[in-house]
Ligand binder design. Sequence first.
Ligand SMILES: Nc1ncnc2c1ncn2[C@@H]1O[C@H](COP(=O)(O)OP(=O)(O)OP(=O)(O)O)[C@@H](O)[C@H]1O
Length: 256
Amino acid sequence: MLELKNVKKSYDGVPVLEDISINIEDGEIVSILGPSGCGKTTLLNLILGIVDSDGGKIIYNDEDLTNVPMEKRGFNIVFQDYALFPNLNVYQNITYGLRNNPSISTEEEVQDLIKLLGLEEHLNKRIGQLSGGQKQRVALARTMVMKPKILLLDEPLSALDGVIKESIKDRIKAIAKEYHLTTIIVTHDPEEALTLSDRVMIINEGKIAQFAKPEEIIKTPENNFVQKFILHQLEIKKNNIFTLFASQPQAAVQVS
Ligand SMILES: Nc1ncnc2c1ncn2[C@@H]1O[C@H](COP(=O)(O)OP(=O)(O)OP(=O)(O)O)[C@@H](O)[C@H]1O
């Protein structure tokens, strides 16, 4: 279990995160959701260990990691821009981290991941020959071969279009389930957060506005912010789609 206890962070005296306390269970998918500038990436970076907190504790399986450097925490992140190596092919990118640590994953485990992520036919391609969704899957595979204790994803779907987005969502869920891997995802999109995660942490002005299961957030928003920022956006989307479908002849809707 990952525990954050009263975690705080300020930049130049301006508080960005105030008194964040949460527990995340092993194998859970949790999204950190909130408007631009609310502190989502800062929280992800605090967990990863590339940003130091100004107070509070970060504990993983009863071990206090607050002052443990990033490389010793055993967590791993997929950045928004994927950060792949353009001069290497897909297979070399996936196995890059194993060059100095070959015992972390066997070739069979690497092949299992390649299969799970549907990358078999792309292994000899250069990164420049891949679509955004394919790059995202390579970035996921490259991180997963290192067997992180926690997988952190920064806006993993924001650069992807509709159909690809749904397929990457399914693959993230499959990985979390298959490897019983705690997965923490930053997103600004309520639909993405609520359809992808076991629980969603909604942040507003550096504080947790609500941390609950998607169905609880929909049924019982805890405050005005959740109601307005999250549910209102979803309601508009839902109504737009209903209106669109209601104006189509039934047969045409079924065919599509
Ligand atoms: N290194 C830094 N130095 C000073 N201020 C920073 C630094 N990093 C972030 N901030 C500020 O902290 C606040 C939170 O930033 P953060 O990137 O965590 O927000 P976010 O919710 O991830 O935003 P977005 O969705 O736009 O990426 C912002 O006001 C930002 O300007």
